[in-house]
Write a protein that binds this ligand. Structure first.
Ligand code: GLU
Length: 484
């Protein structure tokens, strides 16, 4: 067992951060921090075709937004650098030579055409695709000669034949693989750049990673990775393969069904505390069933025994619920600051709009807010006067449109009687309810049409709340608009 707890997040800089990758990073962070260890960022950029410029910067931005802090990484340095794989190419060269010497790898000169032919045959015979070992037993002389002749080659892992490999995953326990099923996969490409399967292992070893926590799409590589450690004579770290994240229908999370990038959620107005709380519950459950958890609480409660290996379900309703909860915890100033950019972008307010007015609008919308961008839909009628009415919506139960208009007409003098100074929710309620009661009428027959006249919306705060915010003049104007 390694002395120090060290975990890493090792993303490939291929674009925006997938929410599943954020979950992986978070679990690495939680495992590290809950055991008092360090958390390291390593950039796995050996597949340069897939690299996207600016990806590392946006990654770091997301991590600082959600509050995941690294102890070492390309942005802050550390004792085990460099932390970017393309800056470590010499290191991989050194170790691949060592592995060749130890007979844990071999040169393969097969051409792309030969490999394709091989694969086609395997497909025809319904065999699993796997390198057929054509170059496995070339003599040293043959290899040297081919290299001298300038033949291009890759280096493959020499998987021992026909044995069983036993590995232990911390969540799944012992797993036994037959090496006959394992491919002699490529460790070093013909351009001298290592693949994930090589660079990752070398780096985890050199960076003294104690626990490799990674997505369970890598479970199939686990025995090969373990054999590589064995070939070098290195101690195997502990491995934790994080459970898959599925959508509610049971399929893979994919762009087609909804947002998959953290940035998308951020843009829509999900709060970092909600995203962290949500992601922590994708594959972990606290003993005490507490559902609302801050990062600090999660770290305190986090334990590998609370993790499972069965797929976690990405339930957007749950994220909305958590986000709504955290939005309701904000005070009005904070929430207004968060909402304002959305209102500005929509053209509903500008820099000059009275902040007190915005605060009032946010106050009556807070309860219904699931994400910040909802604020536009929930509150636009406070900022705009061009309300389009749906006549059917104005109608309460079995009233006719004529009756609706009549009721509103009856309300006008009642409302007029209140001075501008007294135009508050409380006083409005008083006079309206008095009128309804004294005339033996029903609440809904007046309140519903009044609410729709003020907002144009099916769902909105109570008519007196809206009226207070709009003020006397605007409120009466909107009700008159409906009457006429
Ligand atoms: N670069 C790999 C990826 O992005 C890292 C997997 C791992 O954590 O080992 O999937």
């Amino acid at each position: 067992m390694k002395n120090k707890i060290r975990l890493r997040f090792a993303p490939s800089p291929t674009g925006f951060l997938h929410i599943g990758n954020l979950r992986s990073a978070l679990f690495g962070y939680l495992l590290a921090k809950s055991m008092g260890g360090d958390f390291i960022l390593r950039i796995e950029d050996t597949d340069q075709k897939r690299e996207v410029e600016g990806a590392v910067k946006s990654l770091l931005d997301v991590f600082s937004w959600v509050g995941i802090k690294f102890d070492e990484g390309p942005h802050i340095g550390g004792k085990y650098g460099p932390y970017i794989q393309t800056e470590r190419l010499e290191i991989y060269q050194k170790y691949i030579k060592e592995l060749l010497k130890k007979d844990g790898a071999y040169h393969c000169f097969c051409s792309a055409e030969r490999l394709e032919e091989m694969r086609n045959k395997q497909q025809e015979n319904k065999q699993a695709p796997k390198y057929d070992g054509h170059c496995r037993n070339l003599s040293k002389e043959e290899v040297d000669k081919k290299i001298k002749n300038g033949e291009s080659y890759v280096i493959r892992q020499k998987i021992p034949q026909n044995i069983y490999v036993e590995v232990v995953d911390e969540l799944r326990g012992k797993i036994v693989f037959k090496t006959a099923d394992l491919d002699d996969h490529v460790l070093m490409k013909s351009n001298g750049i290592p693949t994930y399967q090589f660079a990752n292992i070398i780096d985890d070893h050199l960076m003294e990673i104690s626990h490799v926590s990674r997505g369970d799409e890598w479970l199939a590589s686990f025995p090969k990775n373990a054999l590589l450690y064995q070939a070098f004579g290195w101690e195997l770290p502990k491995f934790i393969h994080l459970p898959l994240i599925l959508n509610k229908g049971g399929g893979k999370l994919s762009k087609r069904q909804g947002d998959v990038f953290v940035e998308d959620y951020r843009n829509k107005g999900y709060l970092p505390e909600a995203i962290i709380n949500f992601c922590a519950l994708l594959g972990w459950h606290p003993k005490d069933d507490q559902e609302i958890l801050s990062m600090d609480e999660i770290i305190k409660k986090f334990n590998i025994s609370g993790m499972g290996s069965s797929p976690a379900v990405f339930d957007l309703e749950k994220l909305d619920y958590l986000n709504g909860y955290y939005l309701r915890q904000k005070n009005i100033e904070e929430l207004s600051d968060l909402c304002r950019p959305y209102l500005i972008k929509e053209g509903l307010v500008d820099e000059k709009t009275d902040l007190k007015f915005i605060h009032k609008v946010i106050t009556v919308s807070q309860e219904r807010l699931k994400k910040l961008e909802d604020i536009n839909e929930l509150s636009f009628y406070f900022f705009r006067d061009d309300i389009v009415y749906d006549e059917n919506l104005l109608i309460w139960k079995n009233l006719s449109l004529k009756e609706v208009k009549n009721n509103l007409k009856e309300l006008i003098p009642v409302l007029e009687s209140l001075s501008e100074n007294d135009w508050t929710k409380k006083k409005l309620e008083e006079i309206i309810f008095n009128y309804i009661k004294n005339n033996n009428k029903k609440n809904g027959d007046y309140l519903w049409p009044m609410r729709v006249a003020l907002s144009g919306e099916k769902n909105s705060p109570s008519p007196t709340e809206i009226a207070e915010i709009l003020g006397k003049k605007k409120s009466l104007k909107r009700i008159n608009n409906v009457i006429n």
